[in-house]
Design a binder for this molecule. Structure first.
Ligand code: Z5A
Ligand code: MG
Length: 212
């Protein structure tokens, strides 16, 4: 089958707390876009640990570097801003992107430390906005059953509950798809594929928006 000629790519984002299955579902959806829907598609993740800001973030996450809460927040944001040109290039050239965490992770994880949500959101304004956000939802207790939390920063039950609370009280919009993530991998994936298949044409008719 011939590849569909897309006017522009679609920006699909996965968000949620730790261990809810984001990286697993990002790969599955990337495969579905490429092999099922015959689209040009690329999978991306934030933080991108391969760039200079990403290597500072990596040291922080592995607890080898200490940073002020606002300083690390701005580095996460910078890690997205330095990717902006590439994201726009991909979308404008007709490549769809499936992204593993983005601005909303940035806000949720910093605001969970007690920092004002609006302050957190400010440095995200102007970045390309996803066409569709898929929020994978399950209890922290069930997520913990997927393996003990490791040694990276943030992998603590109380902190995970705060992150969930920020997402669910401040960030989720009516347009987001909230998916029950506590089901087997293929059940979750099939539900997501069906959503994309149903909504892809109307989503792609709109211009790319920017976070405001
Ligand atoms: N962070 C931030 O503070 N500010 C920011 O701006 C950004 C990020 C962008 C690193 O992120 C940290 O950065 C993260 C937020 C912070 N904090 N922490 N911790 P990361 O994306 O690199 O984190 P990660 O290492 O990829 O883990 P994750 O996101 O917590 O996991 P996940 O991607 O949601 O889950 P998964 O890897 O797909 O699955 C977890 C395990 O469960 C794995 O063994 C799977 O095989 C299994 N799994 C997956 N799905 C299922 C189902 N359906 N059933 C059973 N088992 C499953
Ligand atoms: Mg992940």
């Amino acid at each position: 089958e011939e590849k569909k000629n897309m006017k522009r790519g679609l920006f699909i984002l996965f968000e949620g707390a730790d261990r809810v299955g984001k990286s697993t579902q990002v790969q599955k959806l990337g495969d579905y876009l490429k092999n099922g829907l015959q689209l040009d598609a690329k999978v991306l993740r934030f933080p991108d640990r391969t760039t200079p800001t990403g290597s500072i973030i990596n040291g922080y996450l592995q607890n080898t570097t200490q940073l002020d809460d606002r300083a690390i927040h701005l580095l996460y944001a910078a890690n997205r801003w330095e990717a902006k040109d590439n994201l726009m290039k991909l979308l404008n050239s007709g490549t769809s992107i499936v992204v593993d965490r983005y601005s909303y992770s940035g806000v949720a994880y910093t605001a969970a430390k007690g920092i004002d949500v609006d302050w957190c959101f400010n440095c995200e304004k102007g970045l390309p906005e996803p066409d569709l956000v898929i929020y994978l939802k399950m209890t922290t207790e069930d997520a913990t059953l997927r393996g003990e939390y490791g040694t990276e920063r943030y992998e603590k039950v109380d902190f995970q509950n705060k992150i969930k609370q920020i997402y669910e009280q401040h960030l989720i919009k009516p347009s987001w798809k909230v998916i029950n993530a506590n089901r087997d991998i293929d059940t979750v994936s099939n539900e997501i594929n069906n959503i994309i298949k149903t909504e892809i044409n109307q989503l792609i008719d709109k211009p790319i928006n920017y976070i405001n």
